[in-house]
Design a protein around this ligand. Structure first.
Ligand code: AMP
Ligand code: MG
Length: 324
């Protein structure tokens, strides 16, 4: 049962306990979870029914808290001074010691951060005292919600609560600006803060590739080079039914294949949310262990394509795709 609640302290407590709570921001309603908690982040993808993992924006109550997770630079500091709190998301290199869960960043080395301006969202973030990962609070493929009723229409029964916060003012999502390269800033998504306003502060920024050109780029370029794509260094072999001692095994379920040189079990009990929560950490660990032990490949056991299994399978297929 999803509850419609009005008490911000209660919502903050639920988030700290690892539950999913939708809340209003100045852009759209976000589906919030503790960004440090892998299971809570996996639950976001489960509730939204996304067939793939994409990186989520982490929300903070201050620029100081946000910049503690990333390597900021003068451009980021300047933009934060002008537009935070507000509808601007900055993508920056992740600090090695960042507490944000790998799944929240879809395994990337960058993190998307934002300080929202909505008074209730700020109050919630302050009371929760933790970074909150929050994509738009809609089922995958549906439009972003701007009222609590919209959220309930899509997600009722799938999340713990919706914090009643009235109608959102902006109604479009935050502008997403990629500052992860020191040489050029790139507008990844137009939104509440205009590109022109950003350019008056930091000079010309690269524009998003038009959708058709982006689609062409995706088919032409190796998936290993795609933005949202962390590729292990070792080749990945899918649907393994046997494994050799020279291979690392990404296992799933109670009966991991015997004989591998290294094993990471995504979920011994076959729990899909646990598997999603452990996926990126597992790929990185197997890659590092494989390099240390001189292994030749990562063999991945089959994962049923039910629930989050579809997104896990999508991610593994990308990791296994041939590279340039
Ligand atoms: P939503 O969660 O619906 O607000 O969408 C989040 C947006 O932020 C998507 O367009 C993501 O691709 C983008 N995003 C989040 N994190 C990153 C990142 N590390 N690098 C690039 N884009 C990101
Ligand atoms: Mg969305």
């Amino acid at each position: 049962m999803t509850r419609l609640i009005t008490d911000v302290a209660e919502a903050a407590g639920l988030l700290r306990d690892g539950a999913l709570v939708a809340f209003a921001t100045e852009t759209v309603y976000g589906l919030g979870a503790d960004a440090r908690n892998a299971r809570a982040v996996a639950a976001i993808f489960e509730a939204k029914g996304r067939p793939h993992f994409n990186p989520l924006i982490s929300h903070f109550d201050s620029a100081e808290a946000a910049f503690a997770e990333v390597v900021a630079d003068p451009r980021a500091a300047l933009l934060a001074r002008h537009f935070w709190p507000g509808p601007l998301t900055l993508v920056l290199p992740r600090r090695p010691e960042s507490r944000i869960d790998l799944l929240a960043g879809a395994g990337l080395d960058t993190l998307a951060i934002r300080v929202p301006s909505h008074p209730q969202a700020r109050d919630l973030l302050r009371r929760a005292g933790i970074p909150i990962a929050a994509p738009s609070a809609n089922r995958s493929g549906e439009v972003s919600p701007t009222t609590a009723a919209h959220v309930l229409a899509g997600l009722s029964g799938r999340i713990a609560a919706v914090l009643e916060g009235g109608a959102c003012d902006v109604g479009v999502e935050s502008t997403v600006l990629d500052l992860s390269s020191p040489t050029g800033a790139v507008l990844l998504r137009p939104g509440g803060v205009t590109a022109a306003a950003i350019e008056t502060l930091i000079g010309p920024i690269g524009r998003p590739i038009p959708a058709s050109a982006a689609a062409a780029t995706r088919t032409l370029r190796s998936p290993g080079l795609m933005l949202s794509h962390y590729a292990p260094r070792l080749p990945v072999r899918l649907d393994a039914t046997t494994v050799g001692g020279e291979e690392a095994l990404l296992a799933f379920g109670p009966a991991p294949l015997p004989g591998a040189g290294a094993v990471w079990n995504l979920s011994p009990s076959g729990d899909m949310a646990e598997a999603a929560a452990r996926l990126f950490a597992g790929l990185r660990w197997l890659d590092a262990e494989g390099a240390r032990l001189g292994l030749t490949a990562i063999a991945a056991m089959p994962i049923p394509a039910t629930g989050l299994g579809e997104a896990i399978g999508d991610r593994l297929a990308r990791a296994a795709a041939p590279r340039e």
